[in-house]
Design a protein around this ligand. Structure first.
Ligand SMILES: [Fe+2]
Ligand SMILES: [Fe+2]
Length: 289
């Protein structure tokens, strides 16, 4: 059930402009088909250009996105993308002219992202996860790991992370959503890697509590917060919008039904965990007052 589109950049965009010639990608064509890491190691200036458009490929540790995939996944506005391509072209092939007077038009570009119902479900679950994660610094500064009650408080947060963020939410992504795509794609591999690292941090937090290694607890709580904040931002801003643009209406329907089945399997547990976040916020709020 891999998604219907695995289009190249040329298919995705209407490259003809002013009813005349296509934008000349000659010189760039070879680069479009190459891995971005390889391109950056060959032409380091390109990393800085991509960063100007909030495309952070340099620090990514997973695999090799092709340059054309990066263009498609990030879906930056057409004018900005044209400028970015022009700058990359300038680095790759400074001696050949780039006809920047021609405007590349995307077939569909939405400024405001309206998610499909299943994707919106995941975004809504992120909101609860983000609220819990945002409280991690408060949890760290106020936790009393020397008492049974204090330790239990942290373990209650871990219970939310394991059951709501991981088993309920991440499982929907890994077992259902990602299966609609080529899971070897770099961006999906990066998401798997994040999930795996998040699970390791959780394991280390629990181990730290069991072995009374408080430094380990604090280090891994902070690392989890940093990782999940960035992970959710990538999913909300980049991955989900791209996935929504890529799946068919029929696939959206199937996915929504599958998510509903997961919800039924979990019964009232998600609602209880969402209530847990509300109570946690109330507690910390009243402690501050
Ligand atoms: Fe995820
Ligand atoms: Fe997620």
């Amino acid at each position: 059930m891999v998604c219907r589109r695995n289009q190249s950049l040329k298919e995705e965009f209407d490259v003809t402009t002013n009813e005349t010639d296509p934008i000349p990608l000659a010189g760039l064509d070879d680069y479009m088909e190459r891995g971005i890491k390889e391109i950056i190691s060959e032409r380091p200036e390109i990393e800085a250009i991509l960063e100007d458009y909030d495309i952070g490929c340099g620090p990514c540790t997973v695999g090799q996105c092709l340059l054309k995939d990066i263009m498609e996944v990030h879906a930056i506005p057409p004018e900005e993308e044209l400028e970015m391509i022009r700058r990359i072209h300038q680095v790759i092939d400074p001696d050949s002219p780039f006809k920047a007077n021609k405007i590349r038009k995307k077939k569909s570009t939405q400024k405001v992202v309206i998610f499909s119902p299943p994707m919106q479900k995941l975004v809504d679950e992120h909101k609860f996860i983000k609220r819990l994660v945002a409280h991690i610094p408060h949890i760290i500064t106020s936790m009393d790991l020397g008492t049974e009650e204090g330790r239990q408080r942290v373990l209650d947060g871990i219970d939310f992370i394991r059951n709501y963020a991981d088993r309920y939410h991440h499982a929907k992504e890994e077992d259902l959503l990602f299966k609609y795509f080529d899971e070897d794609l770099d961006i999906i591999q990066a998401m798997y890697e994040d999930h795996k690292n998040a699970r390791n941090h959780v394991k280390n937090i629990v181990m730290g509590i069991e072995t009374r290694n408080w430094d380990n607890v604090i280090t891994n709580l902070s690392a989890y917060q940093e990782l999940l904040t960035d992970h959710i931002r990538k999913e909300d801003d980049i991955l989900y919008p791209w996935m929504d643009r890529s799946i068919t209406t029929a696939q959206v329907g199937t996915l929504f039904s599958a998510f509903n089945e997961v919800d039924q399997r979990f019964g009232d547990a998600p609602t209880r965990y969402e209530k847990f976040v509300n109570e946690l916020e109330r507690d910390y709020q009243s402690n501050e007052e």
